[in-house]
Design a protein around this ligand. Structure first.
Ligand SMILES: Nc1ncnc2c1ncn2[C@@H]1O[C@H](COP(=O)(O)OP(=O)(O)OP(=O)(O)O)[C@@H](O)[C@H]1O
Ligand SMILES: [Mg+2]
Ligand SMILES: [Mg+2]
Length: 647
């Protein structure tokens, strides 16, 4: 399904038509190669394809200035290594087909129930009820309108463009969009909420009755089998609060830039029964929201916050009623979601087993802790004194807008993962890694590299290969070789601090440190076997260190004499003979395999000898696949017959 930038969608909201033929993420959705379908269905030539865009900011202005000039993504500010580590941990989980039940997922005799509330900052240019622009890294208190501070006489001014990411999110979560919804006031006093109430949707939310499907590959508990569907009760729009930063001596600093930033609250039904499944749900919601450009950044970057509601009941409880829930607020990592649920479940069970009772309350969780702590008693509906906001009219969402947003939804994570696996032969783990890394930008980087690689192959006079081999190569490098690069860069003694900053990936999938075209140039030569894998890796390092400018890869190879001059066949054979000398024990294993005494071919031993050939041969002239081919032939055609004769 084609996908268009959110700026275009907001233009649609304001003027009623889509002007651009921009068709994003088309590559993944297309049946054939090198044809791109525009919104109207007509094929676009390859070069007209816009990259899958992450337009981070909607705007209602008529001139669509570069949005990043006024605001910057919070994702970029997150320390890259931390982000990478957390993601790697998450992926370790999500990649495994099944989790072991020994992972503390169940307690005999008890059933855990979890319902989750997820708050996501919407990807919009303006606040929900004021024309102040949204900002995430700007100096505190620089994006504040009178209404945001509840100054006397100020009135809310609903910003209709905020509906676009909200409705896209709700559609992606399979909700039905309500034609009429309304805003309510939820009263409470706290310094982060100047008006004394938050404007939210309580009685009539804009979206209801959705669901999300989680698969084993998403990292759900083994007890949930291959697939589980969790109901979404509703999605509502509401205002964010001011950001509080605690200072020494009981002082709190407040940043009102965040007050009034539009949020959606996604509320699941209490249908989750295992901690790992709860964490998988939050991770999946994050991926879904990112895939429709609905939110600004992920859980670990602060753009998403999760509250978990936990209760337990005995499995033999005849009443069938759920236990009393407690709520743990503001969890900011997937691991925290799982760990906090486990700790709270165990606390409640212990309490009940001792004859006590669970009190409905709000609890907190800090990273690395082993128990939740009480924050306050649970406020009820009565405490909040919900009332319809008299200053705001109903929100009317037209069917045409819903239909248009549904049509232009783009590729959702399940479909994307399937396509990466089917089309490019990636494992589930690698597909999800590509999709999750860099807040969703790594996958775009992969598409950019792939486009550039295919253009180079075509320019070279080669047809774009039918098979997926070149794409699998590109995916592996975008994931593993780039990962190694940043890992070893951060642990090396390199003194240039810029080099330690990871890839500084932009939401459009470009890295100023390793431009996608530079990686494509390296892969082009590697794929065409004009350089060795070792040289390719060295080149990648040189690009990363800034020694090869964009567009300079080929001339660098020229000037440094790095082209692969492969050894002739007989030289390979000579080298193979040399490394086989004194390896009678290994040859013995090959013989046992040939005689059927050993089932599996001793590939490991073969590769050990290939390694010796690579090290022993002249620099840059031995290539692993050539060495393996000749070595295997020498062993099978020369050495084994000789050994057999001697037996
Ligand atoms: N017995 C229960 N055990 C576990 N979860 C529950 C239970 N009852 C309700 N829940 C979950 O608690 C959540 C309630 O969220 P909701 O936003 O409706 O109310 P709230 O927590 O009182 O509001 P807020 O925190 O926004 O002030 C839902 O996700 C629901 O599935
Ligand atoms: Mg809630
Ligand atoms: Mg709640």
């Amino acid at each position: 399904m084609p996908r268009i930038p959110t700026v275009e969608l907001s233009r649609y909201l304001l003027t009623g038509h889509i002007a651009s033929p921009g068709c994003l993420r088309a590559r993944a959705a297309l049946p054939g190669k090198n044809t791109r379908v525009a919104l109207g269905g007509a094929p676009l030539p390859s070069r007209q394809l816009q990259p899958r865009q992450h337009a981070r900011y909607l705007t209602t202005e008529t001139s669509f200035a570069n949005p990043s000039a006024t605001t910057s993504s919070p994702a970029a500010a997150a320390p890259f290594r931390k982000q990478l580590k957390e993601q790697a941990k998450a992926l370790k989980k999500s990649g495994h087909k099944k989790k072991k039940s020994s992972d503390n997922q169940t307690v005999p005799g008890w059933e855990l129930t979890v319902g989750i509330e997820i708050h996501a900052q919407l990807n919009t240019a303006h606040k929900l009820f004021s024309p102040a622009t949204t900002s995430f890294n700007d100096p505190p208190n620089t994006h504040v309108a009178p209404f945001d501070l509840a100054l006397p006489g100020s009135q809310p001014l609903f910003q209709p463009a905020t509906l676009i990411p909200a409705v896209r999110a709700a559609l992606a979560l399979n909700c039905s969009i309500q034609p009429v919804s309304r805003f309510d006031r939820k009263h409470y006093f706290h310094w982060d909420q100047p008006s004394g109430y938050q404007i939210t949707q309580f009685y009539e939310p804009f979206a209801k009755d959705g669901f999300i499907t989680l698969y084993a590959r998403d990292g759900i508990a083994a007890e949930d089998g291959e697939e589980i569907k969790v109901g979404i009760k509703q999605v509502q729009m509401e205002q964010d609060t001011a950001k509080t930063t605690a200072q020494p001596g009981d002082v709190q600093w407040l940043d009102f830039n965040r007050v009034g930033v539009p949020l959606i609250e996604i509320i699941t039904l209490p249908e989750i029964h295992h901690p790992a499944t709860a964490a998988a749900l939050v991770r999946k919601v994050q991926m879904v929201l990112a895939s429709v450009d609905a939110c600004v950044s992920g859980l670990e970057e602060g753009g998403l916050r999760a509250d978990v509601n936990v209760s337990v009941r005995r499995t033999d409880d005849p009443s069938g009623k759920l236990g009393t829930r407690t709520e743990i607020k503001n969890l900011s990592s997937f691991k925290a979601v799982e760990d906090a649920i486990i700790a709270e479940r165990d606390r409640q069970i212990e309490l009940l087993e001792e004859g006590g009772e669970v009190k409905g309350e709000t609890r907190g969780w800090s990273l690395g802790s082993t128990e939740t702590r009480r924050l306050r008693g649970k406020e009820g509906e009565v405490d909040y004194r919900y009332m319809p906001d008299p200053d705001l009219g109903p929100v009317v969402i037209g069917e045409d807008l819903v239909a248009r947003l549904r049509e232009t939804m783009g590729v959702l994570p399940d479909q994307e993962a399937d396509q990466l696996m089917e089309r490019y032969n990636l494992s589930a783990k690698d597909a999800l890694s590509l999709m999750l890394l860099d807040g969703g930008a790594r996958i775009q980087y992969f598409y950019n590299v792939l486009d550039s690689l295919e253009e180079r192959l075509v320019a070279d006079g080669q047809a774009v290969p039918e098979g997926a081999e070149h794409a699998t190569l590109a995916a592996n490098w975008c994931l593993h070789e780039l990962g190694k690069l940043t890992d070893s860069a951060s642990s090396s003694s390199c003194s240039d601090p810029d080099v330690l900053e990871g890839l500084a990936m932009t939401p459009l999938g470009e890295s100023p440190l390793v431009p996608s075209s530079s990686l494509a140039a390296i892969l082009h030569h590697l794929y065409s076997r004009t350089i060795t894998a070792k040289v390719a890796k060295d080149l990648l390092w040189a690009v990363y260190r800034g020694e090869i400018p964009e567009g300079g890869t080929t001339s660098y190879i020229d000037t440094h004499g790095l082209w692969f001059k492969e050894l002739p066949e007989e030289e390979y054979a000579k080298l193979a003979d040399e490394v086989i000398q004194g390896e009678e024990k290994i040859l013995g294993e090959f013989l046992r395999w040939k005689q059927g005494k050993m089932k599996a071919y001793p590939q490991g031993k073969l590769m050990f000898l290939v390694g010796k050939m690579m090290r022993g041969g002249p620099e840059g002239r031995v290539e692993a696949s050539g060495a393996e081919r000749v070595l295997r032939r020498r062993i099978e055609e020369v050495y084994l017959p000789e050994l057999e004769k001697g037996e």
